[in-house]
Ligand binder design. Structure first.
Ligand SMILES: NC(=O)c1ccc[n+]([C@@H]2O[C@H](COP(=O)([O-])OP(=O)(O)OC[C@H]3O[C@@H](n4cnc5c(N)ncnc54)[C@H](OP(=O)(O)O)[C@@H]3O)[C@@H](O)[C@H]2O)c1
Length: 261
């Protein structure tokens, strides 16, 4: 049987690189990235000509993982982040709607303020960061432009990837991150698990917004200690701090798809 042809943006990123690595056996993936690193085709979504060329390819499914994926990046480059995180998903959603192409776009738990956990997909969202707003408005735009699309909202991605960008767990293991917040609760999400449920989600009739994340909410510090201890590593270097103002702390999720690990 012919493999579904999947347009994958952000294929050099954390999630995109794992999707490319783990799912190329079942999908015929067209991998794209801004700089064209590794096996990916170069396509800068900020450039109208590149966006047009991208949509001229033939595909059955779009997985849009390209993003300005952090609050600091979005704060530094608001105009670019708005195009990439918000306007581009709306454009691709309208394109997919016209051609009955399945679209999966990704969202973040940082759309919530942390004021009234636990959060479900139906909870009101009021972001504290511009990043959160770019993603929340994208969620709304995408589902308006393509009610058959699926938004997968997730939390801190963890696990090994082939990407130059590192996950939280990789940062802890390499020592790049040593300051961890004792009161920042997140549903740390195994990245290979998330990639692994995408074929089922792409095939399903399900539309709208779902939360897919680690099942249990843990503080960043508890996660760090548990990870390092599990691997027989010292935790002496960890610096425990409180979450700074402007960062949501109680982001407990009640997911539609949960990983027990
Ligand atoms: N990381 C997390 O913990 C986390 C948590 C919750 C939700 N999410 C969401 O999950 C999705 C994937 O995040 P991620 O962490 O995997 O992202 P990431 O590691 O930051 O990767 C970003 C990807 O987007 C590409 N990109 C950046 N600017 C581009 C442009 N102008 N044109 C085309 N491509 C561009 C990058 O290509 P180059 O490598 O060539 O620059 C890279 O492949 C995002 O929607 C994010 O908001 C992530």
């Amino acid at each position: 049987m012919k493999k579904p042809r999947v347009l994958l943006t952000g294929a050099t990123g954390r999630l995109g690189s794992v999707i490319l690595e783990d799912l190329s056996n079942i999908w015929d993936i067209i991998p794209l990235s801004r700089r064209g690193g590794g096996k990916t085709q170069k396509c800068d979504i900020l450039l109208p000509g590149d966006r047009k060329a991208l949509l001229e390819q033939e595909f059955d499914i779009v997985l849009n993982t390209a993003a300005a994926s952090s609050p600091s990046l979005c704060a530094d480059r608001p105009a670019e982040s708005w195009i990439l995180n918000t306007l581009w998903p709306r454009e691709v959603a309208a394109y997919c709607r016209e051609r009955a192409i399945r679209l999966i776009n990704f969202s973040t738990d940082l759309v919530y303020s942390g004021g009234a956990p636990p959060y479900t997909a139906a909870s009101p969202a009021v972001p504290l960061s511009f990043y959160g707003w770019t993603k929340l408005v994208a969620d709304i735009f995408v589902l308006k432009a393509d009610p058959d699309a699926l938004i997968v909202r997730t939390s801190v991605l963890c696990g090994e990837t082939g990407s130059n960008r590192t996950t939280f767990s990789e940062d802890l293991l390499s020592g790049r991150v040593s300051t961890v917040y004792v009161d920042s609760w997140r549903n740390h999400t195994p990245i290979h698990w998330l990639a692994g449920i995408l074929p089922e989600l792409a095939a399903k009739e399900q539309t709208g917004l779902v939360i897919a994340s680690g099942k249990y909410s843990m503080s960043r510090s508890a996660y760090a200690e548990a990870l390092l201890k599990r691997l027989g590593k010292s935790t002496d270097h960890l610096i425990m701090e409180y979450t700074p103002p402007g960062v949501p702390s109680r982001l407990h999720l009640r997911g539609d798809y949960s990983c027990e690990q």
